[in-house]
Ligand binder design. Structure first.
Ligand SMILES: [Zn+2]
Length: 146
């Protein structure tokens, strides 16, 4: 049985992007970073300037996230996994992750990102569990990922 009207789908080798994101714990994230190319995206707003951040993370504040999403896609292209977080990853982190997933699913070109995740308990949870943080003022942070 054939569906001539859908032939264009058959030609595409692009895997169908899952229209959702999953959660990852700090220890899972550390393991992931050993085996895959992982970009960490901090979507906290002004807190980033007076709080520390995860070493090697990008910063795309939730307040201007939608406008800057094309820049973000360019910045994280070449990574397998993009992990979002805010302070607690309860509101801004998941919202930005969903916006990002929606944006990827509407793109004509495949940026190669296989998975979108949210860091459970956010930056505060990361710091509270004793993980390394960085205090530099570079965006994106150029520190070696810990
Ligand atoms: Zn830094």
């Amino acid at each position: 049985m054939t569906f001539p009207g859908f032939c264009c789908f058959a030609k595409s080798s692009r895997p169908i992007m899952a229209l959702s994101f999953s959660y990852v714990t700090p220890s899972q994230l550390i393991n992931l970073r050993r085996s895959a190319k992982v970009a960490i995206v901090d979507v906290r707003d002004e807190e980033r300037s007076y709080d520390a951040h995860i070493a090697g993370s990008h910063h795309y504040a939730s307040g201007s996230f939608s406008e800057r999403i094309p820049n973000l896609v360019g910045a994280v292209q070449g990574n397998d996994i993009v992990v979002f977080h805010c302070a607690l990853s309860q509101v801004r982190g998941p919202a930005c992750a969903q916006t990002f997933v929606d944006y990827l699913s509407q793109m004509n070109e495949d940026p190669g990102i296989k998975e979108v995740m949210v860091l459970e308990r956010g930056f505060n949870g990361w710091q509270a569990s004793g993980r390394l943080v960085c205090n530099c003022t570079d965006v994106p942070c150029k520190s070696e990922s810990a």
